[in-house]
Write a protein that binds this ligand. Structure first.
Ligand SMILES: [Zn+2]
Ligand SMILES: [Zn+2]
Length: 139
């Protein structure tokens, strides 16, 4: 996502964009963006500084770290970024900063629910859905 610095007037600039998650290299084994990331941007210029407010939304898919079930959630995040500009600068590329902000809050071990029972280490059954007869204690 790029901002044309010259287009930012004294009143600021508002626009919308879509970011391809693949272009940000966001997918991990357990977390995946299922839709393009919609970004609503408001940009303000104060002398030679640029302030960018971003509202991101998308849909994200997780794989539960315990039971390996897939689940989906709406994704929403507000970001504020600040840049200082030098006078020769035409474009500002936000991708790396957006990526950093998103990755910062990635769950390392996403769970479908806080008390997910996970898979039985004995028979591999999903213990949220059925009981098994392994009767493993203290695992
Ligand atoms: Zn789970
Ligand atoms: Zn079992």
């Amino acid at each position: 996502m790029k901002i044309n610095v010259g287009q930012v007037s004294a009143d600021g600039l508002a626009f919308e964009d879509k970011i391809d998650p693949a272009s940000l290299d966001l997918d991990t084994g357990l977390v995946e963006f299922l839709e393009p990331i919609r970004a609503k941007a408001e940009v303000y210029k104060i002398t030679n500084a640029l302030s960018v407010n971003l509202k991101l939304s998308s849909r994200i898919g997780f794989t539960c770290g315990r039971c390996l079930e897939d689940f989906k959630e709406d994704y929403r995040k507000d970001i504020q970024l600040n840049y200082s500009l030098d006078s020769s600068q035409q474009y500002l590329d936000l991708d790396q900063d957006i990526r950093a902000e998103i990755i910062l809050e990635y769950p390392f071990n996403p769970l479908c629910k806080a008390d997910c029972k996970g898979l039985c280490p004995g028979c591999g059954k999903n213990l949220n859905q059925e009981k098994c007869s392994c009767n493993l204690k203290g695992v």
